[in-house]
Design a protein around this ligand. Sequence first.
Ligand code: SAM
Length: 281
Amino acid sequence: MSPGPAGLEARRFADWAEDAARLRRAYEARARVSALEAPEALAQRSTEDGPRFFDALFSGLSLDGPLRCLDVGCGTGGLLDFLAARFPGAPLARYLGLDLVPAFVEHAAARAEGRRIEFRRADFLDPAFRLDERFGVVVACGALVHYVRHYPAYLDAMLRKMLACTERHLLFNVIAGIDDTSPNYARAPVPGEPFALGKDPLFRVLEGLPGITYDIRDLRLFPDAVDSFVRIEKDPPARSSRSATTRRSHASAGSGSDRRCHRIEKSKPSAANGSSRTSSP
Ligand SMILES: C[S@@+](CC[C@H](N)C(=O)[O-])C[C@H]1O[C@@H](n2cnc3c(N)ncnc32)[C@H](O)[C@@H]1O
């Protein structure tokens, strides 16, 4: 007998918990061979990569007044430096960084300041993990680019939980497309490895979210992939009652910088080896 909707959902959450554990182990393996400050620990290629992705996510966003930010998949908390430099007029009233990897959270804890700036180890999607607090901006930079089973449903579940935590803005990126010849990406989906979601599944997930407007910018920040940078804004309460989702705009910029970030560059295999990517532990 096939499981009912509740059984199906429970099975998906169990799969997602397993995939989160795989992802955590993959990052822990990286952290064992590179210093936690090194970009490679976060699957980046250069120290400028983090700021470049943050810049793309926050581009065009104007923030005034005290900023309250939830950083889902915060890594070692690099977003803090970016926010201070990019929004000098929006003092950071509250920052909460969450990550799966204990070593990242422990490292980032040196930046913590009482209740104002805080880091916690958590699997954000774990049903047992709940936040009572709400934030002006919720960010997931590089946290949704890894393949997870039932990927579109996973993205939908993550976005709904993040939307429940934001009063207004939600910013995230996913991989829209990859170069077929690149050795940096798996051809077949491998949990824990970066993977292109594609535009149609992204649109379908976004169109299913009630009470929001969104815009998407496609940027080729790496030569072998295009990332979609998505900015969601929650409708003010009066408009949300219509529960409508509006696609506000979609800009595509095919030629970005040649610098790559967030996804470690692998050497190109010989033609005889094909172009598949090895999976992380
Ligand atoms: C590519 S790193 C980016 C780190 C940081 N946001 C930055 O841009 O420097 C992605 C991070 O997301 C974290 N992550 C992925 N899924 C997560 C989840 N479900 N809950 C908490 N953290 C998660 C990973 O552990 C990893 O540290």
